[in-house]
Ligand binder design. Structure first.
Ligand code: NAD
Length: 359
């Protein structure tokens, strides 16, 4: 039987609750498609600081490196906000991404028909949106040196080398080839030197993909186009900072940040996580939407080559939405069955198993 090692990191806040539901769905899909998953649980973020005094214990990094994939919830919370930056929960996640060298972050944004009315944007603007943001994840201003404080000045450095742009561009062109073959590279080349190098490099990589239509857009314009004409995009490729902001903006298209999954990929393995944070305001209340994490589990299955399992999970999510299951964040429209985090996970699990949401 095919078997895979999965490192599970629940994290803080709602992290453990949503990961529990995703794992349940992943197990159900594995059973239906005849493969095995072996889980190992690890601590990261605030939970790791409380237990070991560091946000990314070596055991967690090694466990993630040895696994075929990492299923992750979210980290962070005000309890740890006063710590120095390098000891805060977020530093653990940045170090994990860097340690696994997962340089390509894929963030699909799909508007599912049952939720067209839940979007903050007009239904006619968002119906049928299906776009993918490809964000460079281990470089740019979040990691650039020098950074620091100098008296009453503070500074960070936005830096990219050609090889870093080449590999993210390559990942984005390949993704576009499997979709509608349109790639939009987003930068600030009218102002930033680093963006000029970005633009030249993406264009050069594009010469190897004559079947993909490449366009360039400044980030300020892209921020506007994303909400005025989201259907105009197929794949967007951009740097770490711009990608972080644009993909959160894109989350309003779908109706809730609790719906958006992501995968972060390098040469091998990957981290699969919702794009949202640990939502400390919702922790322990059963109100968090687990669908972003469940859809991240579908991306995890896809990365293992288990395409049928991935499809089962996504179809079951759509099935649950069609049947009116709604956590509070998406309850405004079509909430025939208002539900908790666990009830949503359970509905999806049952649909994965036998296409039926009832007991
Ligand atoms: P957040 O994403 O946690 O929450 C933003 C808003 O979205 C909140 O109103 C929250 O209630 C809501 N929300 C988030 N996830 C939801 C879900 N699954 N279902 C329904 N609603 C949901 O962002 P924040 O409040 O800025 O940050 C909270 C903590 O999370 C901070 O400590 C931050 O550093 C951390 N954070 C972690 C990650 C990560 O682990 N990848 C990402 C972003 C923020």
């Amino acid at each position: 039987m095919r078997s895979y090692k999965i490192a599970v990191i629940g994290g803080d806040g709602i992290g453990p609750e949503i990961v529990k539901e995703a794992r349940k769905c992943l197990d159900a899909a594995a059973e239906m498609e005849n493969f095995r998953l072996e889980y190992n649980e690890f601590l990261m973020g605030g939970a790791a600081i409380d237990a070991f005094g560091v946000p990314l214990p070596e055991m967690t990094l090694n466990g993630a490196k040895e696994a075929d994939a990492v299923l992750f919830g979210a980290i962070g919370g005000s309890k740890w906000d006063a710590l120095p930056r390098q000891l805060r929960p977020e530093s653990g996640l940045l170090a994990l991404r860097k340690g696994l060298d997962v340089f390509a972050n894929f963030r699909p944004v799909k508007v599912y028909d049952p939720l067209v009315e839940a979007s903050a944007l007009r239904p006619e603007a968002v119906r049928g949106v299906d776009l993918l943001v490809v964000r460079e994840l281990v470089g740019g201003i979040y990691f650039g040196e020098p950074k620091g404080r100098d008296g009453n000045r503070a500074f960070n450095t936005m830096v990219y080398s050609e090889w870093e742009v080449e590999r993210i561009a390559l990942a984005a062109f390949k993704a576009a080839q499997k979709r509608r073959k349109k790639l939009c590279s987003v930068d600030k080349a009218n102002v930033l030197e680093v963006s000029q190098l970005w633009r030249e490099t993406v264009r050069r990589v594009g010469e190897g993909f004559p079947d993909v239509e490449l366009t360039n857009m400044y980030v300020d314009n892209a921020a506007m186009q994303l909400v005025t004409n989201p259907r105009g995009f197929d794949v967007i490729v951009t740097g770490n900072l711009f990608g972080d902001i644009l993909s959160d903006e894109a989350s309003v298209i779908g109706g809730s940040i609790g719906l958006l999954p992501s995968s972060s990929r390098g040469e091998k393995g990957g981290i699969f996580e919702p794009i949202h944070g640990s939502a400390p305001d919702m922790a322990g209340q059963g109100t968090a939407n687990p669908l972003a994490t469940i859809l991240s589990a579908a991306m995890l299955a896809e990365s293992l080559g288990e395409t049928a399992a991935a499809k089962r999970i996504e179809d079951a999510v759509i099935g649950a939405l069609e049947r009116g299951y709604r956590t509070p964040d998406i309850a405004r429209y079509g909430a025939i069955k208002p539900c908790t985090t666990e009830e949503m996970g359970e509905a999806v699990r049952r649909l994965i198993c036998d296409g039926n949401d009832e007991h």
